[in-house]
Design a protein around this ligand. Structure first.
Ligand code: SAM
Ligand code: DTB
Ligand code: SF4
Length: 342
């Protein structure tokens, strides 16, 4: 039945270019741009067909975030509330005590989250913090949650230690295109980001990498960012797509909001060129209508952050998400269902 619904070349332009695993890593900007710019109905149809081929279209993974170290960051990411360079009214905190992290993890689990993502406002973790971080990983994992951390740049030693503590995923976003990167961040390079991603992969930790839309980038930047991710030696298991949360006091406080159709186009392209990855509709849901979120799910998004807070900004919260899932007939993915993927 699905075959008859599939438009020609539904997954990608050329079936002969598929690898044995059925995914491609040789996308050109032109091919991806042609998909991204298709008539919207054709794009949605194509993305949805790819989505159905690999996933249950009515199941959405729920991940919960916790900021384990907030603010005072040395980096200058121009979207971020946590950079020490901008006055955003946020006070810097020390690394959270393990008991507090576990309390958050228990609440997340009770809320139906299957993955717990612990984020720190660091350029990179310090040696003196490693023991506490490793305990957080092993204890959260022993509660039956998947573990994810986002701590900035990692060394070879860090990735080995995190892997042995049981870290399942590492989040490290490329954020935008290589061309636009230096307009957004000057304290590190796009290549630095790719280096850490390669170390994480090499250590056998699953990769979570995506970006932010609405930074003033062009549509081509959005295409290029997704092509970079799709052309990594292995696709990231998780691809978070964030809509900018414009934070007062940051250089991007007055950024023009990106229109919903452009956002959905990026989600659809991510789904088509990384067909087996979980595409996470990440920051920005609190500003989105139910209809826009529904369109993102139709276009292939199948993961969200749940709970009332992201790291420092707001998220819809459990009641709103329960109502949204009921309205759309969506169910939360069961623990362990993402298997080796996601
Ligand atoms: N410091 C680490 C790093 O930069 O990799 C980890 C935490 S950092 C806050 C994680 C990601 O959150 C960023 O790479 C960015 O994609 C996203 N993010 C941060 N601030 C955001 C904002 N205001 N709106 C949307 N996404 C944001
Ligand atoms: C990701 O891509 N988005 C999350 C998570 N990975 C770490 C963070 C979103 C942060 C939104 C702004 C804030 O709450 O400070
Ligand atoms: Fe620091 Fe991460 Fe925020 Fe950049 S995005 S300022 S590295 S916390």
């Amino acid at each position: 039945m699905l075959e008859t619904l599939m438009p020609p070349n539904a997954e990608n332009g050329s079936p002969s270019a598929k690898t044995a695993a059925g995914t491609r890593h040789d996308w050109t900007r032109e091919e991806a741009q042609a998909i991204h710019n298709m008539p919207f109905n054709d794009l949605l149809f194509r993305a949805h067909c790819v989505h159905r081929e690999h996933f249950d279209p009515n199941t959405v993974q729920k991940c919960q975030l916790l900021s384990i170290k907030t603010g005072g960051c040395a980096e200058d990411c121009s979207y971020c509330s946590q950079s020490a360079r901008y006055d955003t009214g946020l006070s810097a905190s020390k690394l959270m005590a393990i008991e507090e992290v576990l309390k958050g993890a228990r609440a997340a689990k009770a809320n139906g989250a299957t993955r717990y993502c612990m984020g720190a406002a660091w350029r990179e973790p310090k040696k003196r913090d490693m023991d506490a971080l490793l305990s957080m990983v092993s204890e959260v994992k022993s509660m039956g949650l998947e573990t994810c951390m986002t701590l900035g740049m990692l060394t070879d030693e860090d990735v080995v230690q995190l892997k042995s503590a049981g870290l399942d995923y590492y989040n490290h976003n490329v954020d935008t295109s290589e061309r636009y990167y230096s307009e957004i961040i000057t304290t590190r390079t796009f290549a630095d980001r790719l280096d850490t991603l390669a170390r994480v992969r090499e250590a056998g930790i699953k990769v979570c990498s995506g970006g932010i839309l609405g930074l003033g980038e062009t549509p081509t930047d959005r295409v290029d960012m997704l092509v970079t991710l799709a052309n990594l030696p292995e696709h990231p298991e998780s691809v978070p797509i964030n809509m900018l949360m414009a934070v007062e006091g940051t250089p991007l406080e007055d950024a023009k909001p990106l229109d919903g159709v452009s956002f959905v186009r990026a989600i659809a392209l991510a789904r088509i060129i990384m067909p087996k990855s979980y595409v996470r509709l990440s920051a920005g849901r609190s500003e989105m209508s139910d209809e826009l979120q529904a369109m993102c799910f139709f276009a292939g998004a199948n993961s969200i952050f749940c709970g009332e807070q992201l790291l420092t900004t707001e998220n819809p919260g459990e009641d709103a998400d329960e109502a949204l899932f009921a309205k759309l007939g969506l169910v939360a993915e069961a623990s362990g269902a993402s298997g080796t993927q996601g």
